[in-house]
Design a binder for this molecule. Structure first.
Ligand code: SF4
Length: 405
């Protein structure tokens, strides 16, 4: 078969297959470009099953571009809580504001304008243009690169930008006339359900007859992708500070800065440990680490003026971002008063570790400098109800839920 015919075969078989098996997903209800846009942003790095409930909640809260543009950012982040990669939510809202300001609240039917929106890269541009407006634009992500590398037996490294450009051209040349939206979704669907990364299901695959990788028995070798650097480990120690007096039953949290990783989200106070202290968080290292507890106390005292006494280890947890791996140790901590005495913990079930008395020395002078209301606004006391309202990264939400359960 000639190369041209292999391409025609691929496009027509794939399209027929998709129209037969197409999944009934909430963003496929209609071709509203806003709905397509939100779904494509949510689906980046995230599985369809995970996205569905988030998508439904998000669309019921922010049914239009206008509604999203006008919403408080904290509400948008709260709806995104648990999906991760929070800059996606912030960029989506910034893009919605641009659509309202520049295009009167209507997503423009124009590639350059869509590509210019905040957070919209080449893949999302192609997805919006093809799915919502049926324009013959390719939408190439990792799934599509994998499928096309296998079908055409391409040996270029898909981690290289030049390979992406080449595959985009190839994908554009495959789009059947008048069926851009369905064809691009068909490619994504094939990558998600059949031509999967580890074990492609070649037998039921609609294009298996002319798939070059399968014919060569190389489907598991392709695509070629050089490995990204592993995420850099960061050791962090955190405190779950238990309030006393009017704050009894509450926990101290703080808001992250306006920019950077997890910007403006809430978290439990913690500090980054020097890399040479890696053994402190080692599985076998004693959990009641005196030096570590003291460091946390000192950091919080400097930040808030509060006297904190880490009392006992609570749990370890970790989270991998795309480039950083947070390895965290959480301590339950009590609050000291101005006399240097510590309030009894609000939580009765936890016994006070005898060593904790010894590992933290009280700085009564510093305590007397703290007056009510002087805490930086970035810190606040919250109860379980507040936890439901404020946006927390998954890692901290998990710890807080564990604590309150
Ligand atoms: S035949 Fe196998 S390797 Fe080729 S496209 Fe289909 S699932 Fe992928």
């Amino acid at each position: 078969m000639e190369h041209k015919d292999v391409k025609i075969y691929f496009s027509s078989e794939l399209l027929s297959w998709y129209r037969l098996i197409k999944r009934d997903l909430p963003w496929r209800m209609n071709r509203d470009p806003y709905r397509v846009w939100v779904s494509e942003i949510m689906l980046q790095q995230t599985r369809v099953d995970t996205v569905i409930p988030y998508y439904n909640t998000f669309m019921s809260k922010f049914p239009t571009v206008q509604a999203l543009a006008e919403a408080p950012e904290s509400e948008v982040l709260k709806c995104w809580e648990g999906l991760g990669y929070y800059s996606r939510a912030r960029n989506l809202q910034a893009g919605a504001k641009e659509v309202v300001e520049r295009y009167g609240g209507i997503v423009p039917d124009d590639k350059a304008s869509v590509a210019g929106l905040k957070g919209v890269g080449p893949y999302t541009t192609g997805a919006i243009m093809s799915i919502a407006f049926n324009r013959p634009e390719p939408a190439v992500d990792g799934n599509v690169m994998r499928v096309l590398s296998r079908y055409f037996c391409l040996e270029e490294d898909i981690a290289k930008p030049a390979t992406r450009v080449r595959i985009e051209k190839l994908a554009a040349s495959l789009i059947p006339e008048g069926a851009a939206g369905d064809f691009n979704q068909a490619l994504m669907e094939l990558g998600a359900l059949v031509c999967t990364p580890k074990s492609p299901s070649c037998l039921p695959c609609p294009v298996m007859e002319h798939c070059a990788a399968r014919l060569d028995g190389r489907e598991s070798e392709l695509p070629i992708k050089t490995k990204a650097k592993p995420p850099r480990p960061e050791l962090r120690a955190a405190a779950i500070v238990l309030g006393s007096g009017v704050n009894a039953g509450k926990v101290l949290v703080r808001q992250r800065p306006d920019t950077g990783l997890l910007a403006q989200m809430w978290e439990l106070p913690h500090l980054l440990l020097p890399a040479d202290k890696a053994d402190w968080l080692d599985e076998k290292a004693p959990k009641e680490q005196g030096e570590l507890a003291e460091l946390i106390g000192r950091m919080l005292e400097e930040d808030t003026g509060l006297l904190i006494r880490p009392r006992r280890w609570f749990m370890d947890a970790d989270h991998v971002f795309s480039h950083i791996h947070w390895k965290m140790r959480f301590y339950l901590a009590d609050l000291g008063d101005e006399s240097g005495a510590y309030a009894p913990a609000a939580e009765e079930t936890v016994g006070i570790a005898a060593e904790a008395e010894a590992i933290y020395s009280v700085n009564a002078a510093a305590a007397s400098e703290y007056k009510a209301g002087e805490m930086p606004s970035v810190y606040r006391w919250i109860d379980k109800e507040d936890m439901e309202k404020l946006p927390f990264p998954n890692l901290f939400l998990r710890i807080l839920k564990e604590f309150w359960e």
